[in-house]
Design a protein around this ligand. Structure first.
Ligand code: SF4
Length: 329
């Protein structure tokens, strides 16, 4: 049976944290039983903002691959590959850049936002502006039907749809317009109560040792109104409770909410339950991570095989593209 194709990638620009895991990555794992999934590490994308300091990209790429597999992506079910190992992405990016109006790129909301956020870097580069074109090439080169997206990523997908449409209009119907597979990711709060994020330095990373995870949870923010053990709290104001919602059972959650509101449970004991449950969730992932770290050849082999398979599909598309544009095939 021909399954519909799903495409998604993650940028190799840093370590993965629990928010990435329970949001995007676990969703990818679920999708691989239903769709023909292509998942990749976007190492070229990491250069769009990190071109001046590329030393960590290789290590981040490897760590992402390890996390993909440790979290449950199965190379027998999904095609797992590295963007730069499929050079057809670059060729399609070049050709799409010929037909993409600059105004479209300047209007992408994250273009200005990211420049504001990363003021210490010079992002007035051609590569940074063209990021959505490369992203479009990544998606449509596999003629993917779906891209899993959160609601805030829709504008990015919209520009990919527009570029695909423009190509089809100018030359020949080669690309299906990719559709968003809307996913409600649980919002994971970080140690300080803001959204868990690398840039806020409030994250629990998959690469953190159990000792570090325990220490991070022990010192994490609680309801600020609970200064003493006898103070009653409001669980919804505590980031600890938000993590309980993800990692603890319904019964535990009810007990904690009641205990917090009545001062029946102290924050230390509440955090101990969370530590136990996060450990239970993470232990198989840590175990698999350690196995893969001690066998780097197996990771490389998965990436090579996946990239070879992805390359074949990409080349089939490029033949259609070159033909449509009147270039030698
Ligand atoms: Fe947060 Fe738990 Fe303390 Fe309530 S008891 S404030 S949920 S850590």
């Amino acid at each position: 049976m021909n399954r519909e194709r799903v495409l998604s990638g993650m940028q190799a620009s840093g370590k993965l944290h629990l928010g990435n895991l329970v949001g995007a990555l676990k969703n990818w794992v679920d999708l691989q039983d239903k769709y023909d999934c292509f998942y990749f590490v976007a190492d070229w994308h990491a250069l769009t903002t990190g071109y001046a300091n590329p030393a960590s990209i290789k290590e981040n790429t490897n760590d992402l691959l390890i996390n993909f597999i440790a979290a449950g992506l199965n190379p027998d079910k999904s095609t797992i590959f590295i963007q730069s190992m499929v050079p057809q992405h670059a060729e399609l990016h070049l050709l799409l850049s010929m037909i993409t109006p600059i105004g479209w790129l300047e209007r992408v909301p994250t273009y200005k936002e990211k420049q504001e956020q990363l003021k210490d870097r010079d992002l007035s580069t051609y590569g940074f502006l063209g990021y959505p074109v490369l992203q479009t090439a990544d998606i449509i080169i596999y003629r993917a039907k779906f891209v899993p997206v959160g609601i805030d990523q829709f504008p990015h997908l919209e520009i990919s749809r527009e570029i695909a449409r423009r190509f089809n209009y100018l030359y020949k119907e080669v690309f299906p317009e990719p559709e968003g597979l809307l996913t409600e990711f649980p919002k994971v709060l970080g140690l300080d109560g803001r959204k868990m994020s690398k840039s806020y330095d409030n994250a629990i990373y998959l690469s953190d040792s159990p000792e570090i995870v325990e220490q991070k949870i022990r010192t994490m923010m609680t309801d600020p109104a609970r200064k003493r053990r006898t103070d009653k709290g409001e669980p919804e104001l505590s980031p600890v409770y938000h993590l309980h919602k993800i990692f603890s059972s319904k019964e535990e959650l009810d007990e904690i909410a009641h205990g917090c509101k009545t001062a029946g449970i102290g924050c230390i004991d509440c955090k101990k339950i969370l530590i136990k449950n996060v450990f239970a969730y993470m232990e198989p992932i840590w175990k698999k991570r350690n196995e893969l770290i001690s066998n780097p050849d197996s990771v490389l082999e998965i990436a090579q095989k996946g990239s070879e398979k992805a390359g074949k599909v990409a080349e089939e598309t490029m033949k259609l593209v070159r033909d449509a544009m009147g270039l030698p095939c």
